[in-house]
Design a protein around this ligand. Structure first.
Ligand SMILES: C[S@@+](CC[C@H](N)C(=O)[O-])C[C@H]1O[C@@H](n2cnc3c(N)ncnc32)[C@H](O)[C@@H]1O
Length: 313
């Protein structure tokens, strides 16, 4: 496997323009993955600056560490969840940062590795754990959650309009025997939706697979707090860039950024501000940056990407 087949980084030039690593200081890549964005950051860092790369997937850490070895002491890899960024960084003596990147979701490598069980296209045991050191997996969600809870996650995290029918079918089927594999689950989901909706261009199970993945990895539950933590870590003039891949993530990031830029809680009718809350950031991307046509053609995964950034005041 080449490093670029592990994961093709998205909107790299735009991320570098926004993060401005050439300023030097301490940078953090909270979602190291295959190390593509980290490599670009390191290429722009002046001497004496440092990049910390965090990932909860040990395979990602291994790949990125090998890829970035030639940067020597400028780079440190850390295993962990970026939701605990403050603790992880303070463990290596870092209290403040000048640039932080979060490129959310899964890497192409995770999706394309059959045995990781993320893809409805590849037959594998139900897994979907980003961090292989935890035990809770897609198997536990699919075979353990009650019907209501399953329907709720399909609806909330997958925006699946047939969430109830699908949950009902899965619960009925698993009473006969547990649902063990990705292809078995994908087929059951397909059969649960009305026949006229089964032939959409992409597989009809993709929304439920996304929902299960989000649930297994708790991807949304701590995101708002993690954005707050990243904000708190930034030095004045420091920048945070976040790449999202679906509307649920993007809404959380957009709302958090807005609350930093417009924190005033006074009623609109108040002639002057009395709450005293002052903006702590400037939003650098009034509209999210998206991949151009050429990038979308070369890398279809870039089509859903949205990049937002803030600068600490
Ligand atoms: C989209 S990929 C990042 C790709 C990377 N920017 C590159 O250029 O190769 C997302 C990575 O973040 C990791 N990840 C996702 N959520 C995480 C979290 N909460 N904490 C730590 N790592 C996370 C995943 O394991 C995955 O390797």
């Amino acid at each position: 496997m080449t490093t670029s087949s592990y994961h093709v980084p998205i909107l790299v030039d735009e991320v570098i323009d926004l993060l401005m690593p050439e300023r030097g200081g301490i940078f953090v890549d909270g979602t190291l993955g295959g190390g593509g964005h980290s490599e670009a950051i390191l290429e722009h860092l002046p001497k004496g600056a440092h990049l910390y790369g965090i990932d909860r997937d040990c395979e990602a850490l291994e790949t990125a560490t090998a890829r970035l070895a030639h940067f020597g002491d400028s780079f440190t890899a850390i295993h962990g969840n970026f939701f605990e960024m403050k603790t992880l960084l303070s463990g290596v003596g870092v209290q403040k940062a000048d640039g932080i990147l979060l490129d959310l979701g899964v890497s192409s490598h995770q999706l394309d590795s059959a045995q990781r069980g993320f893809s409805y296209k590849l037959d594998a045991p139900l897994d979907m754990r980003m961090d292989q050191s935890v035990t809770f997996s897609a198997y536990d969600v699919v075979n353990g959650y009650d019907e209501q809870r399953l329907a709720d996650i399909f609806f909330r995290y997958g925006e699946e309009k047939f969430s109830r029918r699908i949950a009902q079918q899965l619960v009925q089927k698993r009473e006969q025997k547990p649902i063990e594999t990705t292809t078995q689950l994908a087929e059951l989901i397909k059969q649960a939706i009305p026949a006229k909706f089964r032939n959409e261009p992409q597989h009809p199970a993709r929304r439920c697979f996304q929902a299960i993945r989000i649930e297994v990895n708790g991807e949304l539950s701590g995101l708002e707090a993690a954005i707050q933590a990243a904000h708190d870590l930034l030095n004045l003039g420091g920048r945070l860039c976040v790449l999202t891949f679906h509307s649920l993530e993007d809404r959380i990031v957009k709302t958090a950024f807005k609350s930093f830029e417009q924190p005033c809680t006074c009623p609109k009718s108040a002639p002057v501000c009395i709450c005293g809350k002052k903006p702590t950031v400037h939003i650098l991307t009034k509209k999210p940056i998206i991949a151009d046509e050429q990038e979308q053609e070369q890398n279809s995964r870039s089509a859903s990407a949205k990049l937002r950034a803030i600068e600490k005041l």
